[in-house]
Design a protein around this ligand. Structure first.
Ligand code: ATP
Length: 304
C-alpha cells in the first residue's frame, strides 16, 4: 500500500512551548485518518506542519513524498486544506466566494459541483455573513475540494454543523476516500472519528498516547452490557460481575453479546426481565475514558 503521509519524530515548539513532542505515524493512500485529543493536545500544530504552514523543528514529514515546507508550491496543487478559521469576505455571496477561489486554481472543479458536494446548492446567492456556523464549514469544504486534491487536511470539519449536515459531510468524506483521496482530519466528536476513520492517533500534551486501525483497536477492548437492576436482586447474585451506576447494572465484557446471553438465560431461569437492556461493543469513548480522558473531548450533545 502506498504511504501518502509519513511523520517521523516530529517536534514543534511555539515560543519555547513544545506543542508537538516527537510523534510518528503514517497514513496510506485512500485512508481516512483521525487525529484526536483534547484542546491543546497539538492536533492543529501537526496539521499546520503537514500543510506546510509551519516548519518542523525536528523530525521528518512527507506528504506525497515531499517535504510540505520546501515542497509547498508543488503540494499546493494536490492538497486541499480546511483549517479552523477561514478568511471569508462577509459581503460576498457563496457563489462569488467560490468563483474568486476558482481563479487561484488550475483546472478547478465547476462551481455547481463543489456547491453540490458541500450541500450548499440552495445557498449560492446568500452572503457569507448570513451563513450559519455549520454552513461556513461547508463553504470551507467546498473551497478545499476545488482543486480535486489527492490529500485533504480537515481541521474539525463538522464543528457547528447540525446532525444532518454532519452526516452529509461524512458521506462526502467517505466518497472521496473511496476515490483514493487520503484524508487526515481532527475532530472533537468521537462518534465522527469512529464512523469515519480507518485509523487514528490520540494525542495528549503533544504526544501520541494510542494509535492504530480503528476496527482493530476497538475490537481488542471490552464492551459493555447494562440493564436496570431488577428489584430485590442483589448484584452479587448475578452470574457475572457488575458495577451498579444510577440503578443500572453495568457489566464490562470482552464479548458483550455472550455476556448478554448469559445474563438473559440467568434472568429467564428466575422469571425475571432485564429491562432497558443495552449491549454495546467498545467505543472510542470507552478508550478515552480508559486513557484518563474526560468529557472535554466530547462536548455535551455533540456526539450523538
Ligand atoms: N502560535 C502559537 N503560539 C504559541 N502557542 C501556541 C501557538 N499555537 C498553538 N500553541 C499552543 O500549543 C498547544 C497545542 O496547540 P494546538 O492548537 O496544536 O492544539 P489542538 O490539539 O489543535 O487544540 P484544539 O483542539 O483546541 O484545536 C496549545 O497549548 C496552544 O496554546
Amino acid at each position: 500500500m502506498t504511504t501518502t503521509i509519513a511523520v517521523n519524530g516530529l517536534r514543534k515548539s511555539h515560543q519555547g512551548f513544545e506543542a508537538v513532542r516527537d510523534i510518528s505515524f503514517e497514513v496510506a493512500e485512500g485512508e481516512v485518518f483521525a487525529l484526536l485529543g483534547r484542546n491543546g493536545a497539538g492536533k492543529t500544530t501537526t496539521v499546520e506542519v503537514l500543510a506546510g504552514f509551519q516548519r518542523a523543528d525536528a523530525g521528518e514529514v512527507r506528504v506525497l513524498g515531499l517535504d510540505p515546507h520546501t515542497g509547498r508550491a508543488a503540494l499546493r496543487r494536490s492538497t486541499g486544506i480546511m483549517l479552523q478559521e477561514a478568511g471569508f469576505f462577509p459581503d460576498l455571496t457563496v457563489a462569488a466566494t467560490v468563483d474568486i477561489w476558482r481563479g487561484f486554481i488550475a483546472a478547478p472543479r465547476p462551481r455547481a459541483e463543489v456547491l453540490e458536494l458541500a450541500g450548499l446548492t440552495g445557498r449560492a446567492d446568500v452572503r457569507v455573513r448570513q451563513l450559519s456556523g455549520g454552513e461556513r464549514r461547508r463553504l470551507d469544504l467546498a473551497l478545499a475540494l476545488l482543486g480535486r486534491p489527492r490529500v485533504l487536511f480537515l481541521d474539525e470539519p463538522t464543528t457547528g454543523m447540525d446532525p444532518e449536515a454532519r452526516a452529509a459531510t461524512w458521506d462526502v468524506v467517505r466518497g472521496l476516500a473511496a476515490e483514493g483521496v487520503t484524508i487526515l482530519l481532527t475532530t472533537h466528536y468521537l462518534e465522527e472519528a469512529q464512523r469515519l476513520a480507518d485509523s487514528m492517533a490520540i494525542m495528549d500534551a503533544g504526544r501520541i498516547v494510542a494509535a492504530g486501525g480503528m476496527a482493530e483497536t476497538l475490537a481488542g477492548r471490552a464492551g459493555r452490557v447494562s440493564f436496570l437492576l431488577p428489584a430485590h436482586v442483589d448484584p452479587g447474585e448475578l452470574p457475572l460481575p457488575v458495577a451498579v451506576e444510577d440503578g443500572r447494572a453495568v457489566c464490562r465484557a470482552d464479548d458483550p453479546d455472550l455476556a448478554a446471553q448469559t445474563l438473559l438465560t440467568w434472568a429467564a431461569g428466575r422469571g425475571l426481565r432485564l429491562a432497558g437492556l443495552e449491549v454495546r461493543q467498545a467505543t472510542l469513548e470507552d478508550l478515552f475514558l480508559d486513557l484518563g480522558g474526560d468529557a472535554e473531548l466530547s462536548p455535551a450533545g455533540g456526539d450523538r
